[in-house]
Design a protein around this ligand. Structure first.
Ligand code: PLP
Length: 218
């Protein structure tokens, strides 16, 4: 499917892009589609798979800000650390340690979000509230030099029940403002094609939009 330029333009005009970052999630879509959006001025793109991200980034302008939003395995961290803009999917202290270690090797500080499990009914990756508190405690004690925690990321349940989605986003927003008191966070990544208006209403300032822009994935 070709890029839906009309839908993209409409989205950009409706969302207050001074406050909300729009990440175009390009997984499984070709580099030509990404280039087209790049030529329209878009710079933030999201990918879920390390191999795919590496292949695409080599073929596209270095000005692109790549967001890694998929499940990240420890042994693959080293491949994305040299160029990734923001890792949204940090779901364990071990992974954070590895990102810090690989960042240290190349003297780069990597911006990260902690992924929180908020969807009650499905198996989605992420930490719970308790793990989040533990990680934040470690971060404050250990003083990681090569990672910077910028905020939280979460995915709501896949459901038509907007009340449920709203509750999940509000819960994440609550956690975010809570830990934000002692930390300088500035990114709350929540909202996708199906639920981004609800997410923005609940305080999201980064939405991750795939199928609205690129069409339905295979
Ligand atoms: C695929 C994906 C998206 C985009 O989903 P759409 O429903 O196509 O907008 C956003 N966030 C994550 C973590 C994803 O894996």
């Amino acid at each position: 499917m070709p890029v839906n330029v009309g839908a993209y333009r409409k989205l950009i005009s409706e969302v207050n892009t001074e406050k909300v970052i729009v990440v175009a999630v390009s997984k499984k879509n070709p580099v030509t589609d990404i280039q087209l959006l790049y030529d329209l001025g878009h710079r933030d793109f999201g990918e879920n798979y390390v191999q795919e991200l590496l292949e695409k980034s080599q073929q596209l302008p270095p000005e692109i800000q790549w967001h890694f939003i998929g499940h990240l395995q420890k042994n693959k961290v080293k491949f994305i650390v040299p160029f990734v803009h923001l890792i949204h999917s940090v779901d364990s202290l071990k992974l954070l340690h590895e990102i810090n270690k690989q960042g240290n090797k190349i003297s780069r500080t990597i911006d990260c979000l902690l992924q929180i499990y908020i969807a009650r009914e499905e198996t989605k990756f992420g930490m719970d509230e308790h793990e989040l508190k533990e990680v934040m405690l470690h971060v404050s004690k250990e003083n990681f030099k090569n990672v910077r925690i910028k905020g939280l990321m979460g995915m709501a349940s896949f459901t038509e029940d907007t009340e449920k989605i709203k509750n999940e986003f509000n819960y994440l927003q609550g956690l975010y403002s809570n830990i934000n008191k002692d930390n300088n966070l500035n990114i709350l990544s929540m909202g996708m094609t199906a639920d981004y208006p609800i997410a923005i209403n609940s305080g999201s300032n980064l939405i991750r939009i795939g199928s609205l822009i690129f069409g339905k994935r295979q």
